[in-house]
Design a protein around this ligand. Structure first.
Ligand code: HEC
Ligand code: HEC
Length: 442
């Protein structure tokens, strides 16, 4: 089925929604105004529930697709990390963070980053499908990515980030993020990352330059682009889509184990390295004839699910507000900004507090050392300010999941985060305790 117009617009419920940070649990009982009902309704949401105004049947179907276990017959592999999106995105709710720590590699060549593209690229795929028979009598082998990649000298772990509330983040105007950067003091000023939009969907148009905000390094601007990227790189499922009558094959090239010619391509087996082998949506739709714009069905469903999950609802702050004061005093809000963003989604106004500037910062020794080919070492140390909403549901913190202890995570801040770590270390134990209580309410 060809899917058009996934940016569903529903009739407004007539009231502004208070989501996450604004309608926090502690304040609703002493507010008898009309907005109280809305707040109470939204506060009743559990992690991973749909945004108010989302079509329930469409959400359930998209969520099921996000949780669907794929097989070789569906296009899984030849190399992959997991069989479904929710196999990794599962902590607290479908779409949550994960325990799965991916492996990234690279090396420095003449002082600049080299992602070892010739031997499999900087992301390691853990599994291979092994033997496969693309046509009768043709017995092929996927091979597996070598660990470590040949020549690698830089090793990084990346734990799964949550996608909950991603549809709200996606709609923060580029100019808002750029203005936050401009207003930051030079010592902690973040860098705005940009991406060129791949898939035309909703307000995103292929070829546009937009502020990238998703992932540990802020690499993509839209959840649709991230979904197609994840389908390919985590599950080995290639797709094509259509943008204004043009075939988009950016996510149509299979990964081969370490890119070795002898791995996926053995004994005359076809190189599964061309568009459409898994789901050539464009070909199925007459190569986008008639100016068609549509995203491949699964990718569209993943995007629909992610962009219609509500923000994590705030928990109770047992520091009685002192922790937030401490958060600001120690300079945490320099990057984990306390800004309440407001966007329009499902025909309604939604406000949320993700506690991130969605900028990347030079985090010194905490940076993971991974970048794009040609990046300087300083650029490879840049990490996106981790959004702190929903951090109480998390059990694996920092990009490599090195700790579950929030205090340890704070003390690991280096580079532009070093002053905040020092302020935390210099605080009294009562102040630290208040700060940690506040974080546990997010
Ligand atoms: C093998 C585990 C794994 C699977 C399977 C997986 N992901 Fe992820 N996901 C991750 C990791 C790890 C990250 C962080 C990646 C990074 O930034 O390096 C991530 C990040 C994301 C993000 C960015 C969230 C943010 O705000 O930073 C989105 C969106 C996403 N994944 C969507 C998907 C979709 C859709 C699927 C299924 C097609 C999927 N993922 C499958 C591990 C996985
Ligand atoms: C210079 C910007 C900056 C400042 C200031 C800063 N952080 Fe962070 N914070 C980051 C970045 C970037 C990350 C992600 C780092 C990584 O994992 O590589 C992060 C990660 C975290 C995490 C882990 C979240 C997760 O998803 O794993 C916590 C908790 C945290 N910060 C709390 C704080 C607190 C509390 C303060 C104040 C004491 C603070 N931060 C100050 C930039 C900052």
């Amino acid at each position: 089925m060809i899917r058009h117009g996934r940016w569903l617009v529903f009739t407004s419920l007539g009231a502004a929604m208070a989501i996450g940070g604004v309608g926090c649990l502690g304040s609703e009982s002493d507010d008898s105004s009309a907005s109280n009902e809305t707040t109470t309704m939204v506060s009743a949401l559990s992690l991973g529930d749909a945004l108010p105004g989302t079509n329930a049947a469409a959400f359930a179907a998209a969520k099921a697709n996000f949780g669907q276990t794929e097989t070789q017959a569906d296009g899984l592999g030849p190399i992959f990390n997991e069989r479904s999106c929710s196999a990794c995105h599962s902590v607290g709710a479908t779409g949550g963070a994960g325990q799965n720590i991916e492996r990234r590699y690279g090396t420095l060549t003449n002082g600049v980053f080299n992602g070892l593209g010739a031997t499999g690229g900087s992301l390691r795929q853990l599994f291979g499908i092994g033997g496969f028979t693309p046509s009768p009598g043709l017995n092929c082998q996927s091979g597996v990515d070598a660990n470590p990649a040949p020549g690698a000298t830089i090793f990084a772990g990346r734990v799964t980030t949550p996608t909950i509330g991603a549809g709200l983040v996606e709609l923060i105007p580029d100019a808002t993020i750029q203005a936050i950067a401009a207003a930051q003091p030079a010592a902690i000023r973040g860098i705005v990352n940009f991406d060129t939009v791949h898939l035309t969907d909703g307000p995103f148009v292929r070829g546009q330059t937009r502020v990238a905000r998703f992932g540990w390094k802020a690499v993509h601007a839209s959840v649709t682009d991230f979904a197609a990227d994840a389908y390919l790189n985590e599950m080995g499922i290639t797709t094509t889509s259509c943008a204004a009558g043009q075939v988009v094959s950016d996510f149509a090239t299979e990964n081969r184990a370490n890119r070795a010619a002898t791995n996926a391509v053995i004994n005359g087996c076809p190189d599964d390295d061309k568009p459409g082998v898994d789901d050539d949506f464009a070909a199925e739709n007459n190569n986008c004839a008639g100016g068609l714009t549509a995203v491949q069905d699964d990718v569209a469903n993943f995007a629909f699910f992610m962009r219609n999950t509500a923000a994590p609802v705030r928990g109770i702050d047992n520091s009685n507000g002192r922790g937030l004061t401490e958060f600001n005093r120690e300079g945490c809000n320099g990057c984990h900004v306390t800004t309440t963003f407001t966007v329009n989604i499902n025909g309604q106004s939604a406000s949320f507090q993700p506690f991130s500037d969605f900028l990347v910062h030079d985090m010194g020794a905490l940076g993971d050392g991974i970048g794009n080919d040609g990046d300087s070492v300083a650029v490879t140390r840049r990490m996106r300010t981790a959004p702190l909403w929903g951090v109480r549901f998390r059990n694996a913190l920092l990009h490599d999941a090195r700790t579950s202890d929030k205090g340890v995570a704070i003390q690991a801040h280096a580079g532009q985060g070093a002053a905040a770590a020092a302020a935390f270390n210099a605080a009294t134990s009562a102040q630290r305790n208040d700060l940690l209580l506040f974080l546990s309410s997010l």
